[in-house]
Write a protein that binds this ligand. Structure first.
Ligand SMILES: [Fe+2]
Ligand SMILES: [Fe+2]
Length: 169
């Protein structure tokens, strides 16, 4: 999909709006696979998803972008919260969508993408749209990469990621 310079700039602006938002920055305190955090994870997913989205014809890049950034906006540490631990895989997309709606008034399309990102673990929420499938697969891709990083490389990896996610393009 070809996008104009203006559209590109608009996506970059949305990205940096969320990147600098105080509430979104709270995701830095929420741990992820192998010592990564939810903030780095989510902005990486956003970058991967937008890159892939650009290969498709007619997809809503804005929805892909916002849903990627907020897909794990659940803001609790599931490893510390015993009640949440058991059902985290299935529940966190709903919690993330609810928080995102409350804090950023996202569209229904974005909410649905967030809710469907854990398919097939949450089998009921099939990613019905191209946008939802792109975000879900980008999430899997980034999560797998995180899981495969050895602890020895963690510091170097984190520095690389921190640099990489500064900008969308
Ligand atoms: Fe997730
Ligand atoms: Fe994720």
């Amino acid at each position: 999909m070809k996008i104009t310079e203006t559209e590109r700039r608009e996506l970059e602006e949305i990205y940096s709006f969320f990147f600098n938002d105080e509430k979104v920055q709270k995701m830095k305190d929420i741990p992820m696979h192998r010592g990564s955090n939810t903030f780095n994870h989510s902005f990486l997913v956003a970058k991967v998803a937008i890159k892939r989205g650009l290969r498709h014809r007619r997809v809503n890049l804005k929805s892909i972008l916002i849903a990627s950034i907020l897909h794990d906006y659940y803001l609790y540490d599931w490893r510390r919260d015993r009640n949440k631990l058991k059902r985290h895989g299935k529940n966190h997309p709903y919690i993330a969508a609810k928080n995102a709606k409350a804090d950023f008034d996202i569209t229904e399309e974005v909410q649905k993408i967030i809710q469907a990102h854990m398919w097939p673990i949450n089998f009921r929420e099939f990613p019905r749209t191209k946008e939802a499938r792109i975000v879900s697969l980008a999430d899997d891709h980034v999560a797998l990469k995180e899981a495969l990083t050895s602890k020895r490389y963690k510091k170097r990896r984190d520095e690389k990621i921190a640099k990489n996610i500064q900008k969308l393009f």
